[in-house]
Design a protein around this ligand. Structure first.
Ligand SMILES: [Zn+2]
Length: 224
């Protein structure tokens, strides 16, 4: 194991590495939360819009299918009623005995009420499927993490700057200029860059690089 004296002091309060103070861990949590918001909020909103749009479209299509079948059956039933065609032909005033007209009107009213009840039931049944349909479309969304051996993971662009804080700063400033809408969300205090940079890369190069398992044992503890 490595001598505690070669471990860098806390980047926030400058206390020695041991016993470990909570500063860096706390700042890292804040930085992670902010980075997650910058990286994920928009994607999550896009995903949500996509899922809602497709779920809604599916529910609506199913409902239309149910109601068109129901409406066709309703029309067929009306056409099968005695005197219906002559009733329609004379716009509700057919030259037949009023008793037949009353009877037919009652049957038509009942059929319409039945159709309305059926359509309400179809809509209710369709809407109640939302949780299942939302699950389905969310299930189609893929979250893909790059391979640990991907060059972009092993050698991120800011590594080319020689693992200096300024290199990281330049990179993040570049990102700000490119994406103006992110301007407001970038609110890390200046020393955060040092913390994040340190956590990502381990001890600064000025410290003799220990064998694996020594100097890198502290930063992962911040995730606890
Ligand atoms: Zn501290």
């Amino acid at each position: 194991m490595m001598d505690a004296g070669t471990q860098p002091n806390c980047a926030i309060c400058n206390a020695p590495a041991y016993p470990e103070c909570p500063c860096e861990s706390e700042r890292l949590q804040i930085a992670v939360k902010q980075a997650e918001q910058r990286a994920m909020d928009e994607k999550l909103a896009q995903t949500r819009d996509w899922v809602i749009e497709h779920a809604r479209q599916h529910i609506l299509n199913q409902f239309k299918q149910l109601t068109s079948t129901r409406t066709a059956a309703h029309a067929a039933y009306l056409n099968s009623l005695p005197n219906y065609s002559i009733y329609m032909q004379y716009s509700g005033h057919p030259p037949i005995h009023p008793m037949y007209v009353d009877n037919l009107q009652r049957q038509i009213a009942e059929a319409h009420a039945e159709l309305k009840r059926g359509i309400d039931a179809d809509w209710r049944a369709s809407v109640l499927r939302y949780p299942e349909v939302l699950d389905y479309f969310y299930g189609l969304v893929e979250l893909r993490l790059p391979s640990d051996r991907s060059p972009r993971v092993v050698e991120p662009p800011f590594a080319a700057a020689g693992y200096r804080d300024s290199g990281f700063m330049d990179h993040s400033r570049l990102g700000k200029e490119k994406k103006k809408k992110r301007r407001d969300s970038v609110s890390m205090p200046r020393d955060m860059h040092a913390v994040v940079g340190r956590v990502m890369r381990g001890p600064p190069p000025a410290v003799p690089t220990p064998p694996i398992g020594g100097g890198f044992s502290r930063p992962p503890a911040m995730y606890q």
